[in-house]
Design a protein around this ligand. Structure first.
Ligand code: 2BA
Length: 109
């Protein structure tokens, strides 16, 4: 068994959940936040047989979209209240950040 961890944008979450149900892939959704943008995203945990990993990766790749997002860089406290220069910057997010791990044991009681 493998554990797939997939971080996707909230906008893709419903579509991805539906695709997993349709393909009989079991997943757990966690509400998470990115450390950089500090905005919400969704992390899926999927424990799956090793020979189905590629199938799951294909589903995630198919559903997850790249999007451009604007963020305002944090203002330094040293700026003395002078907010001039804190212009929004454009960041490309996604499609999905995915990693896989070996599962040592898998139980369902
Ligand atoms: P965030 O940390 O909010 O990052 C959102 C997007 O901001 C990233 O998109 C990337 O384009 C940009 N970004 C992140 N850190 C940056 C930095 N230090 N300098 C410049 N740009 C930066 P993605 O790469 O598609 O990542 C989307 C989300 O996936 C991340 O949200 C984070 O929640 C997660 N993630 C990405 N890489 C990860 C990793 N190595 N480990 C754990 N989570 C990761």
């Amino acid at each position: 068994m493998k554990l797939i961890t997939a971080i996707v944008q909230d906008k893709d979450t419903t579509k991805l959940s539906n695709a997993f149900v349709k393909a009989n892939v079991r997943a757990t959704r966690l509400s998470t936040s990115g450390g950089f943008l500090r905005s919400g995203n969704t992390t899926f945990m999927i424990a799956i047989e090793a020979d189905r990993v590629q199938e799951v990766l294909d589903i995630i790749k198919d559903v997850s979209q790249k999007r451009k997002q604007f963020m305002v860089p944090p203002i330094s406290l040293d700026a003395g209240g002078d907010h001039v220069g804190a212009y929004p910057i454009e960041v490309e997010v996604g499609g999905a950040t995915v990693f896989t791990q070996e599962i040592e044991s898998f139980y369902q009681f």
